[in-house]
Design a protein around this ligand. Structure first.
Ligand SMILES: [Zn+2]
Ligand SMILES: [Zn+2]
Length: 383
């Protein structure tokens, strides 16, 4: 079954503010709480669905991510590999608003105690350039990078054998120790990395020879990832736990961020979901009209119809062939600015024909002042 849209679940608009979200959540949670629906086995699923939607949308970072990518967040499920598990919220919590502190603890934001060390390696940022075509249609891509990965020989354990890893006695595996320091009449408690294990919480008794007990090695690796269609320039895609492993093994690797840089296109410029382009057209095409077919970055040809009696500076709009809109459906437009193409060199023959043309439709220098005057008059009238 396809996952429902979070906004739809809560029955709010995409622009809903925090107060609206909270109100919608409260109403729905009250109505669908399993305690209130003891005879309805589907209530629990609905209650969980509402919770998940609220957990994501009430977190600014997660909401932005969701607006951008929907349920296919490039970093994987924001709740981890197991997905959303539901939380235990009582009817009291719902009435009192106490549920907010429950939700604020998701995604590692706020509320967590700072003394508990998170055994996590460094995050890594890689910049990656893609063509505008790729940004438009998205798809699978890959890049090669030399970075720290878990040691192949010991599987990132750092010890040659599984028995070679022991929990550090000094910090009981916490990686940190609390020290009391006396400053005048005060006793200050300080939390520092455990001096015995260097903060890993582990002691290696028989270090792996390949990585010298580091548990990691620098290696060339190929990273495959998906570019979402319509991606904006500078967006960072997150790949959970694909960053650096911790020195000494254990814990979990940091995250890998791929910052996507969109290369300039030969003739298109991007403006949000619209594309802009200047198209040189010859004088005869401007007068008689023409139809130009070009390869487009969405993979299909695009046809631009230049109507007869066009003038340089006119813009034409091809609807629905721009980038996908960031929110909601549909695509932007392609705006084509007409420019007059003037050839640098003319053959004698062409020159002769243009001279003939001048006597037909050209403007004599003495009538030009009149035309300038009329043009100005027309402009004033239409204003
Ligand atoms: Zn090793
Ligand atoms: Zn220790």
């Amino acid at each position: 079954m396809a996952k429902r849209d979070y906004y739809e679940i809560l029955g709010v608009s995409r622009n809903a503010d925090d107060a609206e979200l909270k109100k919608a959540f409260r109403t729905l949670a009250r109505r669908n709480h399993p305690d209130k629906n003891p005879d309805d086995p589907t209530a629990e699923d609905r209650f969980k669905e509402i919770q998940e939607a609220y957990a994501v949308l009430s977190n600014p970072q997660q909401r932005q991510n969701y607006d951008m990518f929907g349920h296919d967040s490039p970093g994987g499920n924001p709740f981890g590999s197991g997905g959303f598990q539901g939380v235990n919220i009582s009817m009291d919590d719902i009435f009192s608003g106490g549920f907010d502190s429950v939700f604020s603890q998701f995604f590692g934001g706020g509320g967590s105690s700072s003394s508990r060390r998170s055994f996590r390696g460094n995050d890594v940022l890689i910049r990656h350039s893609i063509s505008m075509d790729m940004a438009m249609v998205g798809g699978e891509t890959e890049l090669e990078v030399k970075s720290l990965v878990a040691c192949d020989e010991c599987d990132g354990r750092a010890a040659a054998t599984p028995d070679g890893v022991r929990t550090c006695d000094t910090c009981s595996g916490q990686g940190q120790v609390t020290q009391n320091r006396k400053i005048g009449p005060f006793i200050q408690q300080m939390v520092t990395d455990c001096p015995d294990c260097g903060g890993t919480g582990r002691k290696i008794t028989d270090p792996c020879k390949a990585c010298k007990g580091e548990g990691r090695e620098r290696k060339k690796q190929t990273i495959k990832f998906t570019i979402p269609a319509g991606i904006s320039d500078g967006i960072r895609l997150r790949m959970a736990e694909r960053g650096e492993p911790i020195r000494g093994g254990g814990g979990r690797a940091g995250d890998l961020y791929i910052q996507v840089n969109i290369l300039e296109h030969e003739w298109y410029e991007r403006d949000g979901s619209d594309l802009l382009m200047a198209m040189p057209v010859g004088y005869s095409e401007l007068i008689l009209g023409t139809s130009v077919t070009l390869p487009h970055i969405d993979g299909k040809d695009i046809t631009i119809d230049v109507p007869a009696s066009s003038t340089p500076g006119d813009t034409l709009e091809v609807k629905g062939r721009g980038f996908p809109h960031r929110r909601g459906r549909g695509r932007g437009n392609v705006t084509v600015l007409l420019k007059l193409f003037v050839p640098e060199k003319l053959s004698k023959n062409v020159k002769k024909q243009i001279e003939d043309l001048r006597s037909e439709i050209g403007i004599a220098p003495d009538s030009m002042a009149d035309m300038v005057r009329n043009e100005a008059k027309n402009r004033r009238r239409t204003r």
